[in-house]
Design a protein. Sequence first.
Length: 148
Amino acid sequence: MAKRTSLARSPCPVGRSIDAVGDWWSLMIIRDALDGVGRFSDFLASLGIAKNMLSARLRTLVERDILEIVPASDGSAYSEYRLTAKGRGLFPVIVALRQWGEEFFFDPAETHVRLIDRAGRRPVRKLELHADDGRLLTPEETIVVHPD
């Protein structure tokens, strides 16, 4: 099997971000952590992933300062995984993936899990990208500027 190329020093923020997150299992772990999952056994039950794969992904996310290991919230002898500020910063990324999936991978009448505002119990508004002046931006209205 070919060794994975590291993008940790890439000049591209997307490349560095993908390098830090790693793979789709890691994104699913982050999704669950954002939903309040913290214990190894709960990640295991939610994801249906093999124990060794889950252990490896959790270890990598801790090494990359996306998750941290903390004492269990119930005071037991167990430990839990908690999102760091860097991990919580992935919230809009996970929401964007969720909304993209809702738009392109579900029939309009098909039921699926939904993200709602906890306080108002209303759907979350679709994420949008705006220019400094407030204009809604499309991909055609942006450019990537490379460093000299």
